[in-house]
Design a protein around this ligand. Structure first.
Ligand SMILES: *[C@@H]1O[C@H](CO)[C@@H](O)[C@H](O)[C@H]1NC(C)=O
Ligand SMILES: *[C@@H]1O[C@H](CO)[C@@H](O)[C@H](O)[C@H]1NC(C)=O
Ligand SMILES: *[C@@H]1O[C@H](CO)[C@@H](O)[C@H](O)[C@H]1NC(C)=O
Ligand SMILES: *[C@@H]1O[C@H](CO)[C@@H](O)[C@H](O)[C@H]1NC(C)=O
Ligand SMILES: *[C@@H]1O[C@H](CO)[C@@H](O)[C@H](O)[C@H]1NC(C)=O
Length: 504
């Protein structure tokens, strides 16, 4: 299905303009990471990082970090192309070094710890227990009953150019950011990356991310499907789309927050009732009729009704309702509510920021400073001040097109993310005309007796899952369950069930 709303400008990469393979080979060997400071001495996989460029005279420089799968031959393993992280305009290095990559940054902001549940690892899982008696079964910590492994190659890209270590001398790349422009640039840069790493040309590719991936992921996937149709071979082997707590429809997400806030006790029933009566269905100023969630959040009366709710929740961590506070809090320096959340909760992002702001770490991963800059760049998970114009209101049509194009989709929700709550994606999916395969049921990840969440799957190739005790940073909050979920999805298996699950 290809509505006008989903038409994506097809990007034809002018590879003929670039000098031939020799340059590519040289760039590529320069990109090899020999060591990561303060990390393990030896590593059983290769890593690369460097820049891919767009525009005249390479005016826009995009940083990538590539981690090979732990496997005898990584080129036989899929590539997970990871964009963004838990906040807007965020470097995926944050997700890589906090959630799903081979290392996490320790609380000193300087050294690296190995991540046992890194998505590039395999061969970790013991075979599933065949014991049929719960009474005799001893569950050891870390026992898993999922026989499959991920062992994917991981490609992280700082896009748009205002993010992470990317930069541009042409302001257009930094100031003029939209859902479509990010998806288009990611599409072009993926093709450039595959030119530099031709042995991965035919690999299965999965697009993945969190939050804003809800619009960018489907647009990028549609763009790649169009590119495959037009350019003929070599096609990009897009296999799947993996989205955690995706914001797929701005309006629906807003109204789902109101419902979630009530359920989680973040607002009173009377405020909820007032809001729903007066603001849930508001006529769009564009005259497109009544929209649930509608303009309620911009109508002055509704802003006034909502204001106390925001005031009452401003001190919470934005991505997980129950995030524990940081270990060392500089209480004396807290000034005002925004600085409160920063001091009390944001330490974990600061660890990563600390590591990537160390000059010799930057040198080891081949970071370049923008031309006007003499000091090493200060790395931040998310740079403030970058404007992002959302120009895809709903991902329903592109998502339908992705599924019709034979690309499988995994959508998961951490049930404690109150900014992008579980209700939103489900309401969006209700508009995608999906055909049920296996009805809503519990699934089991790290343990066959402790449920990991609920799941539903559709014949169209879409799996939806919830994750208990998890916020938006799911691969940090429930790393083993997320690994099990991903592993099943990539290996075309249903999310693990449990034979211990008592059925009437
Ligand atoms: C900056 O990039 C935009 C988009 O590619 C292009 O149209 C414009 O001419 C560039 N500006 C300069 C000064 O090169
Ligand atoms: C809002 O619209 C929906 C769907 O049109 C309807 O089910 C609901 O009752 C309406 N709510 C109010 C408060 O009017
Ligand atoms: C309203 O409808 C017009 C015409 O169909 C469309 O271009 C526009 O995007 C719609 N606006 C919203 C907010 O849905
Ligand atoms: C779902 O089906 C309805 C009714 O046939 C149709 O109007 C709508 O466009 C479909 N939506 C999608 C995303 O295909
Ligand atoms: C999950 O396992 C239970 C217990 O063995 C079984 O009753 C149920 O049908 C299974 N569900 C699915 C979807 O396989």
């Amino acid at each position: 299905m290809m509505g006008a709303a989903t038409a994506v400008v097809v990007v034809v990469v002018l590879s003929v303009l670039r000098p031939a393979a020799a340059v590519s080979t040289e760039e590529r060997s320069n990109d090899m990471i020999d060591w990561l400071p303060n990390g393990p001495d030896s590593m059983e996989f290769r890593q690369y990082s460097g820049y891919l460029t767009l525009g005249l005279a390479d005016e826009a420089q995009f940083f990538y970090y590539f981690v090979e799968a732990v496997a005898e031959d990584p080129t036989t393993k899929p590539i997970i192309f990871y964009l963004g992280c838990h906040v807007k305009l965020c470097s995926p290095l944050t997700a890589a070094f906090q959630q799903l990559g081979p290392f996490t940054v320790d609380t000193d902001g300087q050294s690296l710890l190995e991540n046992p549940n890194s998505w590039n690892k395999g061969e970790l899982l013991p075979p599933s227990s065949s014991s049929s008696s719960l009474i005799c079964m001893t569950l050891k910590a870390g026992d898993r009953h999922v026989p499959t492994v991920v062992a994917a190659n991981l490609l992280f890209l700082d896009v748009p150019a205002s993010v992470g270590f990317s930069f541009s001398t042409n302001n257009t790349y930094v100031a003029d950011i939209t859902d479509y422009s990010i998806a288009e640039q990611a599409q072009q840069l993926l093709s450039l990356w595959l030119e530099r790493f031709p042995e991965y040309r035919d690999n299965d590719i999965y697009i993945a991310g969190q939050g804003d991936i809800g619009t960018i992921g489907p647009l990028l996937a549609v763009g790649l499907l169009h590119q495959n149709k037009i350019r003929g071979s070599p096609a990009i082997n897009l296999k799947g789309l993996i989205m955690g707590d995706p914001n797929m429809d701005f309006m629906i997400n807003k109204i789902s927050k109101v419902e979630f806030y009530l359920q989680m006790g973040l607002m009173s029933f009377s405020t909820y009732q007032t809001y729903m009566d007066r603001c849930a269905n508001v006529t769009q100023p564009t005259g497109n009729g009544t929209v649930r969630g509608g303009a309620g959040f911009v109508a002055p009366e509704c802003i006034q009704i909502w204001a106390p709710v925001d005031d009452n929740t401003v001190f919470l961590e934005r991505f997980n309702l129950y995030t524990p506070p940081c270990p060392d809090i500089d209480i004396a320096n807290i000034m005002g509510p925004y600085s409160f959340t920063e001091f009390v909760y944001i330490c974990r992002d600061q660890y990563v920021a600390g590591y990537f702001s160390i000059p010799f770490v930057q040198k080891a991963i081949h970071v370049k400073s923008p031309p006007e800059m003499t000091d090493p760049p200060v790395w931040m998970p998310s740079k403030g001040g970058s404007a992002w114009t959302r120009n895809l209101q709903s991902a329903v049509n592109p998502l339908r097109e992705v599924l019709d194009g034979g690309v499988k989709v995994l959508i998961y929700s951490g049930v404690l993310d109150y900014n992008l709550p579980i209700i939103g994606p489900q309401e969006v999916l209700s508009k995608v005309n999906l055909t049920m395969d296996t009805a809503w049921r519990p699934w089991f990840g790290k343990s066959p007796v402790e449920f990991a969440g609920y799941t539903v799957s559709y014949k169209d190739g879409l799996t939806y899952a919830t994750l208990k005790n998890s916020g938006r940073k799911a691969a940090q909050d429930q790393s083993e369950d997320v690994y099990a979920m991903l592993s099943s999805f990539i290996n075309n298996q249903p999310l693990p069930n449990s034979s211990y699950f008592p059925h009437p």
